[in-house]
Write a protein that binds this ligand. Sequence first.
Ligand SMILES: Cc1cc2nc3c(=O)[nH]c(=O)nc-3n(C[C@H](O)[C@H](O)[C@H](O)COP(=O)(O)O)c2cc1C
Length: 238
Amino acid sequence: MNKIKKYVLIVAIIVICVGIGIYVILPLLNMEDKIVSGDESEVITLPKPRYESETSIEKALFERRSVRDYKDEPLNLTEVSQLLWSAQGITDPKGYRAAPSAGALYPLELYVVAGNVYNLPDGIYKYYPHSHELTRVVEGDKRTELCNAALGQSHVRDAAAVIVFSAVYERTTVKYGERGIRYVHIEVGHAAQNIYLQAVSLDLGTCVVGAFTDGEVREVINMLDEEHPLYIMTVGKK
Ligand SMILES: Cc1cc2nc3c(=O)[nH]c(=O)nc-3n(C[C@H](O)[C@H](O)[C@H](O)COP(=O)(O)O)c2cc1C
């Protein structure tokens, strides 16, 4: 092999190695924001939540505000993961969660209406706290329909993602009777406040929405018959 051929061979090997680096190794390093399930379109394993930050609880309380104006910028899966974990994430091997629940009966369900989230196809997803996964229940961007169900409040349409809380009252009323209804309503407040405080720590804007037509929200989300919509939270970059 003459000198020129050797030179060409070495350059070719370098180009191939760099190519492998870019297309194989780099994406692996950035796995936490990737869809990592077997079926990419249906089940999304969320990045592991973090349990520490530079934001003190006092700062989060002081800075918490309802924010309704959002930049047209995407959230990432790490942010979505952290917000969902703050509301209902598992924080104890016995199954206890980030928010308290009467009798540890956990009547709340969470949905994410995604319209502008990196690596999350537009759609509606249900959150599963034990596996920290999302499962898609509706395809496509449903923010405008949800906005209409929320009396046309524009921040529901403009948010990068919208979190919807529903409740299965029977999980709590089976033990506490009528009083369980009160407990469920208190619980959704606990969970929503956690999201408010977590949003401060992530430097995101969020706002609760209580004004909506139950039947329309239920229809947009495609909720199970046993679930009742309770609360909505819009989220976006501020
Ligand atoms: C139960 C409840 C329902 C609410 N519903 C709405 C709503 O439908 N739309 C909205 O923009 N804000 C809603 N808010 C947010 C309040 O307007 C907001 O908390 C209030 O203006 C005080 O502002 P702050 O949250 O920044 O302290 C609601 C708040 C609560 C507690």
